[in-house]
Design a protein around this ligand. Structure first.
Ligand code: ZN
Length: 404
């Protein structure tokens, strides 16, 4: 961000999701006041952004996106996608093995244009925070991470990108990947990644989680893993991650993405796991549009777990669509998770804004006096229209400046 103070700006007639209509006063990149319309004087020289009664929300937070892989599906064809999704995800690990073929195309200069376009799409759609997973494995080396790190610098000050060093093919299954994770962190990646569910045995899964959590604790980093990305309820790696976070003092610093098999646990086991996740501050990210089984999102929220929805994939070996539009993701989730009542629609918006910020532990996110002047001005005046149309915001404001 520029250290130069940003001129005052007022968003007038802003409708909050609470129903209140206010003027939002911003200066020096912060929200200085939220007051009834016309109650506070306009400072000299203040810019005015009329919201005209449209909804004004926090920016969207994408808690899980495979950013190095975006738009790579045309390079490798459908075989991996078919294997990942066939028979209710009965053999999803085979899809991951087939998807490895895309790595022969990995070069920073060939990956960057697609990465840029997806971050720019997100920016237009009001996605100003992204937890980006970048593969590190013996096929890709550090190429995916290098491309994502380059994009992170290009978008600095507009879109915040947190980079996860993600060993897509496992650690024990892919000897050499662990060293690459450490190299990626030394090169600038932020978060220790993992994918324990893909390892061959429960003992290997435990070893995978243990290694990653020990590394995160030693380096003072967060962890973010893909857990239980299968329909098989035998899969138990979300619990392994929560237990390891407790062992290593990583409370409040972990995220589990997918956790699909949890949807097939019996009620008692589900409750025990979700209570453990809550107690150790393990945030969960669900992506019901990219697979046929989903985490029980409402149950997790009801038990006090921090939950987000993520874009997950954009036209890659696992999912053929995606526009980096989190309102579209929430709209799809409304159908796939059977959430259509008014309170459920409000929750869906929380899952891509405030609740997603909680999952990632973002320290500075929220629409309130003293908060950052990061906000979205929407055409829609009702939450139902926000989701139904999943249109880009009319105005995207970052630290008191209009983007675009
Ligand atoms: Zn994923």
């Amino acid at each position: 961000m520029s250290p130069v103070p940003v001129a005052p700006l007022i968003v007038t007639d802003a409708r909050l999701r609470s129903g209140a209509v206010v003027d939002v006063h911003c200066a020096d990149g912060r929200i200085t006041a939220m007051a009834p319309v016309g109650e506070l004087p306009r400072p000299d020289g203040a810019a005015v952004v009329p919201a005209d009664g449209g909804l004004v929300t926090e920016p969207f937070v994408d808690a899980h996106l495979h950013l190095d892989k975006v738009h790579t599906l045309p390079l490798i064809g459908d075989a991996a996608l078919e294997a990942y999704t066939a028979d209710g995800m009965a053999d999803s690990a085979r899809g991951i093995d087939l998807a490895r073929a895309v790595k022969q195309h990995y070069r920073v200069d060939t990956l960057l244009p697609a990465i840029r376009s997806v971050l720019a799409d997100g920016e237009r759609n009001g996605v100003l925070h992204v937890q980006a997973f970048a593969d590190v494995d013996t096929a890709a080396g550090l190429t995916g991470v290098q491309a994502v790190l380059a994009a992170r610098e290009e978008f600095r000050g507009r879109v915040d990108v947190t980079v996860v060093a993600f060993p897509q093919d496992g650690l024990l299954r892919d000897p050499g990947a662990a060293g690459l994770v450490e190299e990626a962190l030394a090169a600038g990646a932020d978060v220790v990644g993992g994918i324990p569910w893909i390892e061959a045995t429960p003992a290997d899964q435990e070893a995978h989680v243990e290694w990653a959590c020990a590394l995160a604790a030693r380096l003072g980093r967060r962890v973010a893993m893909l857990t239980d990305d299968t329909a098989d309820p035998v899969s138990d790696t979300t619990r392994m991650l929560a237990a390891a976070m407790r062992r290593h003092g990583l409370e409040g610093r972990g995220v589990a993405c997918h956790a699909r098999a949890v949807g097939h646990y019996d009620a008692a086991r589900q409750t025990a796991l979700l209570e453990l996740a809550r107690d150790v501050g393990l945030g969960l990210v669900s992506d019901p549009h990219t697979g046929s089984v989903a985490l029980p999102v409402e149950r997790a929220v009801a038990l006090g777990v921090a939950v987000a929805l993520g874009q997950d994939d954009v036209e890659d070996a696992y999912y053929p669509f995606g526009r980096h539009n989190l309102l579209e993701v929430a709209f799809l989730a409304a159908h796939l998770l059977d959430m259509r009542s008014a309170p459920q629609l409000e929750l869906l918006v929380d899952l891509v804004t405030t609740s997603a910020a909680r999952v990632l532990g973002l320290p500075d996110h929220g629409l309130h006096q003293g908060g950052p002047a990061d906000l979205l001005v929407h055409e829609a005046t009702r939450t139902v229209d926000l989701l139904a149309h999943h249109a880009p915001p009319r105005v995207v404001l970052r630290r008191g400046r209009v983007l675009g």
